[in-house]
Design a protein around this ligand. Structure first.
Ligand code: PGA
Length: 249
């Protein structure tokens, strides 16, 4: 049995004060919840507040991005040692918004994945097709390519902590959710690709999250699919009650 992971992706929302308020309200709602792992990924400036607020709780803190170099003249960037130093344990890599607006490619995802793994961070690598690709019947090809290139020259041993998030781009922030069956089919493709890259045993243990308009109302049916090992939640994770309801689906 794979332990489920429910992760919040706050994107470019919440000041440090708003993050503090969130944890004040959220932590009591999930304090006895030990069925699933819970991760919250705030923006960089709210991370410190989040780490302090969540200290000693059952909630881990992740970042939404990183840069792969160890340090250097890279204006505006944040590297793994900085994240680790402030208590971050997880990091989202290759979110479709980063691919769409910030020039992230399969190759930069690969560099970021290697950097995160080397630093002992738990990477949540996002993959997913856009609507045109789905409509053209290219979903399988896109997912296979994104995984193959993300995993390039990464060994199964090093990748042990890897988490993948399947996020169909057409379902992100749109209110359109993949049906549990659509998500399960996509997850099976990703798992098959992971088996080719890392071996069947690795693939059997790999956690694959679903993301894209996950809400309290649809969390249970999605999470009931054997192939779905958790959720990456954007909009519905900003409100403590709604994220707690998803965690406790
Ligand atoms: P959403 O975002 O839940 O608002 O659709 C999910 C994500 O982008 O990770």
């Amino acid at each position: 049995m794979r332990n489920k992971l429910i992760a919040a992706n706050w994107k470019m929302y919440k000041t440090p004060d708003e993050a503090r308020d969130f944890f004040r309200d959220f932590l009591p709602l999930v304090k006895d919840h030990d069925r699933d792992e819970i991760v919250v990924c705030p923006n960089y400036l709210a991370i410190d507040v989040a780490v302090h607020a969540a200290k000693g709780s059952n909630v881990a803190i992740g970042a939404q991005n990183l840069f792969w170099e160890k340090e250097g003249a890279y204006t505006g960037e944040i590297c793994t040692s900085m994240l680790v130093a402030v208590g971050v344990t997880h990091v989202i890599i290759g979110h479709s918004e980063r691919r769409q607006y910030f020039g992230e490619t399969d190759d930069t995802v690969n560099l970021k994945l290697k950097s995160a793994l080397a630093a002992g961070l738990i990477p949540i690598v996002c993959v997913g097709e856009v609507l045109e690709e789905r409509e053209a019947g290219l979903t399988d090809d896109v997912l296979r390519r994104q995984c193959l290139r993300a995993f390039n020259k990464v060994s199964a041993k090093k990748a042990a902590s890897l988490v993948v998030a399947y996020e169909p781009v057409w379902a992100i922030g749109t209110g359109k959710t993949a049906t549990p069956q659509m998500a399960a089919d996509a997850h099976a493709i990703i798992r098959a690709e992971a088996a080719e890259s890392f071996g069947q045993e690795f693939a059997d243990k790999l956690r694959i999250l679903y993301g894209g308009s996950v809400k309290p109302e649809n969390a249970k049916s999605l999470m009931s699919e054997a192939e779905i090992d958790g959720a990456l939640v954007g909009g519905a994770s900003l409100d403590p009650k709604s994220f707690a309801a998803i965690v406790k689906y």
